[in-house]
Ligand binder design. Structure first.
Ligand code: ADP
Ligand code: NA
Length: 330
């Protein structure tokens, strides 16, 4: 029997991914790639919807791809490619934009948040139509499932609506995808501000754990993480967000359950606990970081891998796009 299709991606918006991307996306992708026919994209067309430096974008794209591979995404098994290498993304986005309501697009809460953050003068039409491009990403590959964080749920809903609308207006061209929402427990918060999501596009990075940071820097950031004054290692997102966040990180790094971690540190202070968390993160990140540096040492080989995968992606994407053009009368 054929495996179901899976599609996901991340923006190359920083030199390094952060631990939230690693736990919330990469670790899951790595596990899912065996049971699905998976497509993992570095979505560089999305990254240019906000101000960016063209001199370093290609390098960030390559670094992001290297981090996918180093974290265990296998480019010989999954299709790991760069979005802009497959021109069908931009072409299908145009077609889909013609069946997207202006008001419908205007209801996307991520756009509202981002445009408020950047201000009207720095908000592009591309940022506004970003969810339509994301719909094209998913629909081109006839994806059945799309692993995303809950902040992207609304975009997958829009994708479903557009697929159904196109299919009923022009004839069946698209599989209607389902969001696969990561569990709330996989959500990682900023170490200095443990009620706000850790993000690679945060304004300050004192509370961000970068996958490619020096191990000593990572350990220092964990030792300095904001906690509370009661000194008990106990999971309580409301009352003890800092400690709970470190527990979630520790659980993900060691494969241990939260109650077992509470037992392990019963009667011990935060110093001991933080040291254990730091050690676990450094142990996990160390080999990944080494692997990334090795991959980046041979950019020509990395580019060949990405080109091969783009060919694979293009084959599938072109089939969908040709059918769509035909159905629309182009
Ligand atoms: P960022 O905010 O770091 O730029 P993105 O919005 O590009 O991250 O998300 C890329 C992927 O990483 C998504 O699958 C998202 O759900 C996951 N992710 C991002 N930040 C976190 C986090 N703090 N905790 C868990 N998962 C996260
Ligand atoms: Na994503």
């Amino acid at each position: 029997t054929e495996k179901a299709r899976l599609y996901s991606g991340m923006q190359p918006s920083a030199d390094s991914l952060q631990i939230g991307n690693y736990i919330g996306a990469l670790m899951q992708w790595r596990d899912l790639q065996d049971s699905y026919d998976a497509f993992f994209s570095v979505v560089d067309l999305h990254a240019i919807t906000v101000a960016q430096d063209p001199k370093i974008l290609a390098e960030k794209t390559r670094r992001t791809a290297a981090q996918y591979i180093a974290a265990g995404i296998k480019p010989a098994k999954s299709t790991l490619y760069v979005q802009s290498h497959v021109s069908a993304h931009a072409e299908l986005a145009w077609i889909l934009s013609t069946i997207t309501g202006f008001g419908e697009a205007g209801r996307m809460t991520q756009f509202k948040d981002k445009s408020q953050r950047y201000g009207a003068d720095s908000t592009s039409v591309g940022l506004f139509t970003y969810p339509v491009l994301m719909a094209a990403d998913i629909l081109l590959y006839q994806a059945n499932v799309v692993p995303v964080g809950d902040d992207q749920k609304q975009h997958v809903e829009l994708t479903r609506d557009l697929a159904e609308r196109f299919n009923s207006r022009f004839g069946e061209a698209f599989t209607v995808p389902n969001a696969m929402i990561q569990q709330d427990t996989a959500r990682i918060y900023d170490l200095q501000n443990p009620t706000s999501k850790m993000s690679k596009s945060a304004e300050t990075d004192a509370g961000v754990l970068w996958l490619l940071d020096e191990p000593s820097k990572t350990a220092k950031k964990i030792m300095r993480a904001v906690t509370d004054n009661d000194g008990v290692v106990k999971y309580d997102r409301e009352e003890k967000p800092g400690v709970s966040n470190l527990m979630v990180i520790y659980a993900a790094m060691t494969g241990r359950q939260i109650p077992a971690i509470e037992d392990e540190f019963a009667g011990r202070g935060y110093g001991d606990f933080k040291k254990a968390v730091a050690e676990a993160v450094v142990n996990e990140f160390g080999p990944v970081r080494e692997n990334v540096l090795e991959l980046l040492d041979d950019p020509a080989e990395l580019d060949r891998v990405l080109a091969r995968n783009a060919d694979k992606a293009e084959e599938v994407a072109t089939k969908t796009l040709t059918d769509v053009y035909d159905k629309v009368g182009l």
